[in-house]
Design a protein around this ligand. Sequence first.
Ligand code: SF4
Length: 231
Amino acid sequence: MKGQQKVMSITGKSKVKASTRRVIALLEREYGVPHRSRRSDPLESLIVTILSQNTNDINRDKAYRSLRKRFRSWQEMHDAPVREIAEAIRVGGLANIKSERINEILHSVKKERGDFDLSFLRDLPAEEAEEALLSHKGVGLKTAKVVLLFSLGKNVFPVDTHIHRLSKRLGLVPEKATRQHTHDIMAHLVPPEKMHSFHLNLIAHGRKICKARDPRCPDCLLNRLCPRIGV
Ligand code: SF4
C-alpha cells in the first residue's frame, strides 16, 4: 500500500511538473521572454525592493529618486534620523514602516561589512548569498530572492502576492500552502533557466487576467489546464 502511494505521489509530482512547463511555455508565447537586465548594486536593489512593498512601480521609483536626492550617499542615509528617511519616501506609502526597515538594513550592513558594498554576494552560491541577505534584520525571504534574481543574476524564484495566488489557482501548490511553502515547492518545480521569465510573466498575467477578486477565466490562455475552471 505504501509502495502504491509512493508511485501515485511520484506520478502526481511529474504531472505538476509537466503542467508547470506548459504554463511557462504558454505565458512566454503570450508575454515573450523578458529581457534580463544588467546587474545592479545589490544594496540599491534591496532598498528598491523594500520601497516596492504595497505600491506600484511608478510610486516606488518616485520614492527611490526622492531618497537618493535627499541623501548623497549611503553613509549620509545611515547617519540620518529615521523620520528624515520617512519624509523622503512618503510618496511610496507605508513610509514609517519602510523607513525603519531601510534604517535597520543600512545599520546592519555597515556593522557587518564595515561599508555598504554587498557585491561579494555575486561570488557566493545562491543559497549562501540568500542566507547572508536574510541575516540582516528587515530582510524577508521574498526580498532576498528578488535581490538574488534581479541584482545578482542568480536563478531563484521569488513568490509575491500574484505568484502565490496563481500557483494555488493553477494547482501547482496546495490550496492552503503558506508563502514559505510555496517558495519551497516552486524552487524545485520551476527549471532554473526559466525562473526569471516565469516570475515576471506570472506577475504580468496576475495583474492583467488572473486578478485577485475578479479573474477573467473566459479570456485566460491557461483556462484549459486550470483546475479552477468549473469550481
Ligand atoms: S483560468 Fe481563471 S483562475 Fe485559472 S489561471 Fe486563468 S484566470 Fe486564473
